[in-house]
Every structure is written in C-alpha cells, then in structure tokens.
Design a protein. Structure first.
Length: 110
C-alpha cells in the first residue's frame, strides 16, 4: 500500500514527537530524582543540631545552617518550577502527537 507524501511526512513528524517525548520523560525523571534528593537534604539540615558541612569540589567545608536551608529551599523551588514546565511541555506534545496519530490512522484506514 502506497501512502501519499503528506501522510509519510506526518508519520516522520510523529516519530520525531515520540523521540522528543522520550527525552522529556528522561529529563523529568532526572529532575524528580534531584528534587527528592534536595528535599531529603533539607530535612536532614533542618533536623540537625550539629554543625553543617557541604562539599565544595573535593573538600568538605563547614556551612551556615540558615544559609544552607535557604539555598536548598531556592533549589527546591527552581526544580519544582522546572518540573512543572516539563510536565506542561509533555502534555502539549502528547496532545499534539495524539491528534497527529489520529489523523494518520484515518488516512491509512480510509
């Protein structure tokens, strides 16, 4: 069965969208892991009554607890914002892909 060029182009576009979706999912997972690690670090710092240390390069230095909490809070906010953005991109791309897929299937079947 031969497909017209428009249908072939839409299939290629759909394949590109699927690759982009896979890339977004991988990014989303990485940001979710980093957010979880940051939240865990924040909990540990907040509950600690001892000195706080952080890694800088290959050395560990004493850090101010309040400043560390503030840095971790900002990092959590930034990661949450980035996750929300990725989720929005993912939804938009999924919706477009579904519409394109339905269009291609209609052309192939009909």
């Amino acid at each position: 069965m031969e497909m017209d060029q428009d249908t072939q182009a839409k299939i290629q576009e759909l394949q590109g969208m699927e690759q982009n979706l896979q890339h977004l999912v991988m990014q989303k997972q990485a940001f979710q892991m980093e957010l979880t690690e940051t939240e865990n670090a924040f909990k540990e710092v907040s509950s600690s009554t001892n000195d706080i240390f952080k890694l800088v390069g290959n050395i560990m230095i004493k850090a101010d607890k309040a400043a560390t909490e503030e840095d971790l809070t900002k990092k959590k906010e930034l990661l949450a914002l980035r996750l929300k953005s990725i989720e929005g991109e993912e939804k938009d791309l999924t919706d477009k892909a579904e519409t394109l897929k339905a269009d291609v299937m209609a052309k192939i079947q009909g």
